[in-house]
Design a protein around this ligand. Structure first.
Ligand code: ADP
Ligand code: MG
Length: 260
């Protein structure tokens, strides 16, 4: 390839922000020659590599912005440990139809059953599919919104929780909220209703949400919007956090070993 042509390709590729092509045009051509690629095949390789790199970068960026507490994917989830949980339902959710329909996901159950891990796994899948994701605990969100309200920045702060296509609201119900705090959750849920998805995790049942949100009427209004389009998974099973201890107990021949 002449200097002039390769220089112009680099220049044009940069202007079009085709970073991979700008950097590696000559290598790509050499590869094409070696493999005796046809014109179509060559174009295909160039575009595929460019898109692949861009999506990889977008995925990494999306993960960074999501604020996920860890990056354990659904492939690491041991479904055999949680036999009451319908693995097929989780795999269906991982196809992200719920996000496409702006529907919600509620993961309910006692501590340690994998609610947060499943929420994170679905979030990673969503990032991969091109959705923006933001992860927060309910308490952090309420604290941030209260601070913003005190500083006259409530509406702007609320945008943080409205903008992402998928919002993970983790640990709803760990701390009961005051009526004013519950009202903030109501504003969030009603403004996201049919506009974006929420993945909510809670150790409480829906009937206990009156206590969580500080008011029965408010709780009903929140659940009404949350559950209109929602998949609910109630996980009844053992805590994974206690798994090793349970195994120790079985192998050690009794609980007395632990108690000592
Ligand atoms: P929860 O949010 O329900 O309290 P977590 O999702 O935080 O539970 O799970 C507790 C710990 O156990 C985490 O480290 C998580 O990765 C792990 N864990 C939970 N369930 C499973 C599972 N079925 N397979 C693999 N790891 C699991
Ligand atoms: Mg959790």
């Amino acid at each position: 390839m002449s200097e002039l042509v390769s220089g112009r390709i680099r220049h044009n590729a940069e202007r079009l922000r085709l970073a991979h092509l700008a950097e590696l045009a000559e290598q790509l051509v050499a590869r094409a020659e070696e493999a005796k690629m046809g014109y179509l095949e060559f174009l295909d390789v160039v575009l595929e590599e460019e898109v692949g790199i861009r999506e990889g970068r977008r995925f990494r960026n999306a993960l960074k912005l999501s604020g996920l507490p860890h990056h354990k994917g659904l492939d690491e989830f041991d479904f055999a440990f949680q036999p009451e949980l319908d693995a097929r339902k989780v795999r269906d959710l991982a196809t992200l139809t719920f996000a496409e329909h702006r529907a919600n996901v509620c993961l309910l159950g006692p501590p340690g059953v994998g609610k947060t891990m499943l929420a994170v796994g679905l979030s990673i899948a969503a990032c991969q599919a091109g959705y923006s994701v933001y992860f927060t605990t309910a308490d952090d969100m309420v604290r941030n919104l209260k601070e913003a309200e005190a500083g006259g920045r409530f509406a702007r702060k609320l945008q943080t929780y409205l903008k992402p296509a998928v919002l993970v609201l983790d640990e709803v119900g760990y701390l009961p909220l005051s009526r004013a705090e519950g009202n903030m959750v109501f504003q969030l849920v009603s403004r996201r209703y049919e506009k974006g998805s929420i993945i909510l995790t809670s150790n409480k049942t829906f009937s206990e949400m009156g206590q969580v949100f500080g008011d029965e009427v408010l709780a009903t209004a929140i659940l009404d919007r949350l559950l209109h389009h929602a998949e609910v998974l109630s996980i009844k099973g053992p805590s994974y956090r206690l798994k090793d201890r349970m195994i120790e107990r079985v192998e050690g021949g009794g609980a007395d070993k632990r108690a000592s």
